[in-house]
Design a protein around this ligand. Structure first.
Ligand SMILES: [Zn+2]
Length: 283
């Protein structure tokens, strides 16, 4: 683990950039919504195992844990290596496949690895490692559905694309992490869950099957496509555009889709780890 050497450079680059650069996430509400939607679609066996691993807390409780450890003793104790696991960058004209991979890992590689550890190496992990891996998977499946976590390296995932949000200076990354979520609705995470999942009532199994087919990498590629649409929209406007009501209206369907689909896929990932017989396999 070479992270000790790399860390000073990271601190400098973070300090030199806009403050949201080091956040790297849906804000807490986005992560909570994804986790809450997932929780509603766990099998009883998966839920029972998670209850035991997480000491009775829900996956919603831990959905932002991976962000919060960045300011905790965990960080120094070996978690610095997770710094780059919240995103993967894909520049214009590139694909995830063609893009040079971040040697420190990215959201796709890290998620695949932790899922594989829990599926194939469970007996050799301590309970505390199992719990940490679950908390990270809950967070990373959320992040991989957040469009600016699939943004370009050339603008650091939207951090260097300056925009105004209802007149206030910010950047495109920050708009997608939290501002659009907060502006679109004044809902709590559970209200988001109830409203987004409502049209699926009675059709949950079909929806679950349709969105959980494919691989983690293929899921991420959808988010790369979302990011391209957002970049195109912003690039079609004047410099430092003022995004407001029209942007919220235009991108609410994408936002809602990312949260809902991310939630069902998180349920699928957790069910496939903890209740492979109970999950309807698509693979
Ligand atoms: Zn994150």
């Amino acid at each position: 683990m070479n992270t000790m050497k790399r860390f000073p450079a990271l601190v400098l680059s973070c300090a030199a950039l806009l403050n949201s650069f080091c956040g790297f996430s849906w804000g807490p509400t986005g992560h909570d919504v994804v986790a809450a939607i997932a929780e509603a679609h766990l099998t009883p066996k998966t839920q029972a195992t998670l209850d035991q691993l997480l000491g009775g807390h829900s996956i919603v409780y831990y959905s932002s844990w991976m962000d919060n450890i960045q300011n905790s003793p965990y960080w120094e104790a070996g978690y610095k290596q997770t710094k780059t696991w919240h995103y993967a960058n894909v520049d214009k004209g590139e694909t995830y496949q063609s893009m040079k991979k971040n040697e420190a890992g990215d959201v796709v590689v890290a998620t695949e690895r932790l899922v594989s550890e829990l599926k194939n190496n469970y007996e050799n992990l301590t309970d505390s490692m199992r719990a940490d891996y679950v908390k990270m998977i809950v967070h990373m499946v959320g992040d991989m559905h957040c469009p600016m976590h699939a943004g370009r390296l050339s603008d650091l995932g939207g951090n260097r694309t300056k925009v105004r949000w209802f007149g206030r200076n910010t950047n495109l990354h920050s708009v997608w992490d939290s501002k659009i979520v907060e502006s679109a609705r004044n809902w709590s995470y559970s209200e988001w869950r109830d409203q987004l999942d409502r049209p699926n009532r009675g059709l949950e199994d079909e929806f679950y099957e349709s969105v959980s087919s494919g691989t983690i990498e293929e899921w991420f590629v959808e988010t790369v496509e979302n990011a391209s649409v957002i970049y195109e929209y912003v690039e079609g406007k004047e410099e430092n555009p003022n995004l407001s009501y029209q942007f919220v209206y235009d991108f609410s369907p994408m936002l809602e889709n990312r949260l809902l689909v991310g939630g069902y896929r998180l349920a699928y990932v957790l069910n496939s780890i903890f209740d492979p017989e109970g999950v309807q396999p698509n693979e």
